[in-house]
Write a protein that binds this ligand. Structure first.
Ligand code: SF4
Length: 376
């Protein structure tokens, strides 16, 4: 059987994995508990090969290898920042490259993972957006970033990963066929609490409504970056498809679903979206959906040489202006500047280095549709 025909066990939810393994072992007249043994080796031991599953007879390990695969990505490069931030560039089975970032703080170890190779959304402040879209990731490729990062963190005394954010490359809600099972796998298979997993979106309304419908309390972060439609369009082309009023209605629905925390991400770009008159409308939006606001100084990217982070004073004015209006707000420090930690930069540089074909940004009216038709 070719590797394409074999089922990638990392892409299966625990329920699917058990069913597939039970059917496999039943066909081989093996006892039912073999399925639970393999499940344990996948989720608890994080086995990368069937040969590691030494509780199984050799014949059964070989048979598993003929029917299934475990496609964990290999690190192409690993960069450790002076502030402890760690960026992995993963090489997938077909040679595609994606990034994940480990961000240690005093009480947490947060993993930021990618959901697509590249991104079709074309946000003008984002290195990944300028790099264009290559392909969707599978659930296994998303989960594989967690497994590889967790292994690295354990081997390098970083401790357990406490939080996961889908804020790496790609728009998670434009890849819901893989992102939904990956959420289930991380939550049920690897035991990461739903409240410790945040899905970030630039505003794919049908995806927000779908996420609101899930029983688990996964968190949602909206890349807001501007509190009015005209300004937001200049930064996030998807605003044309799902304008703010529609988006906020979807967030209200998410908020009504109960216990599901919403965060607004607001990247502060000097002279672009940091006028003090924007504080009031931003506070009003946050109030409507009870959102926590993260103010993030813009991390410069080569594609926007004239853009820089807002001055500290301006960021402080936003912080106190929001706080005075009763909004929960924090300024997020920029981490890993010395290792291309802005999403998409490491991959971008590596692609240039290995002289892959050049890509063009997909923002603008003539761009291909960034959301697959069946997910629009
Ligand atoms: S900010 Fe997110 S959605 Fe926008 S281009 Fe970058 S990766 Fe894509």
């Amino acid at each position: 059987m070719s590797s394409v025909d074999r089922i990638d066990l990392l892409s299966l939810t625990p329920e699917e994995l058990r069913a597939a393994l039970r059917a496999h072992f039943a066909a081989r007249r093996q006892p039912g508990y073999r399925a639970e043994q393999v499940e344990r080796w996948i989720f608890q031991e994080m086995a990368r090969t069937f040969d590691e599953m030494t509780v199984l007879p050799v014949a059964e390990r070989n048979a598993l290898g003929e029917a299934f695969r475990i496609d964990e990505p290999e690190p192409a490069t690993i960069q450790v920042s002076g502030d402890g931030t760690v960026k992995h560039l993963w090489r997938l089975a077909d040679g595609e490259l994606v990034e994940s970032v480990l961000i240690p703080t005093e009480r947490r170890l947060t993993l930021c993972i990618s959901s697509q190779a590249g991104c079709a959304m074309g946000c003008t402040f984002c290195a990944t957006g300028w790099g264009g879209f290559d392909r969707q990731l599978t659930a296994g490729e998303i989960v594989g970033q967690y497994r590889g990062s967790r292994r690295w963190a354990e081997e390098n005394a970083y401790g357990p990963i406490t939080n996961i954010v889908y804020m790496g490359m790609g728009e998670p809600l434009a890849n819901r066929k893989a992102v939904h099972p990956s959420l289930t796998i991380l939550n049920q298979g690897y035991d990461v609490g739903a409240r410790r997993i945040t899905v970030s979106t630039v505003g794919v309304v049908p995806g927000i409504l779908e996420l609101a419908g899930r029983p688990e309390q996964f968190r949602l972060a909206l890349s807001l970056h501007a509190p009015d439609t005209d300004l937001r369009r200049e930064i996030i082309p998807l605003e044309k498809r799902h304008p703010l009023p529609e988006l906020i209605e979807a967030l209200e629905h998410f908020d009504d679903a109960g216990g599901k925390r919403i965060t607004f991400e607001y990247t502060m770009i000097d002279g672009i979206n940091d006028d003090l008159t924007l504080i009031q409308p931003l506070a009003e939006l946050a109030d409507r959906v009870d959102a926590f606001v993260n103010l993030i100084p813009f991390n410069p990217i080569p594609y926007q040489p004239d853009w820089g982070p807002s001055p500290k004073q301006r960021i402080r004015a936003f912080e106190s202006g929001l706080s005075d209006r009763g909004v929960a707000v924090a300024v997020r420090e920029t981490r890993g500047r010395d290792i291309d930690a802005a999403c998409g930069q490491l991959r971008g540089h590596t692609l240039v280095q290995i002289e892959r074909h050049s890509r063009t940004a997909t923002s603008g009216d003539a761009a291909p549709d960034p959301i697959p038709a069946d997910l629009a």
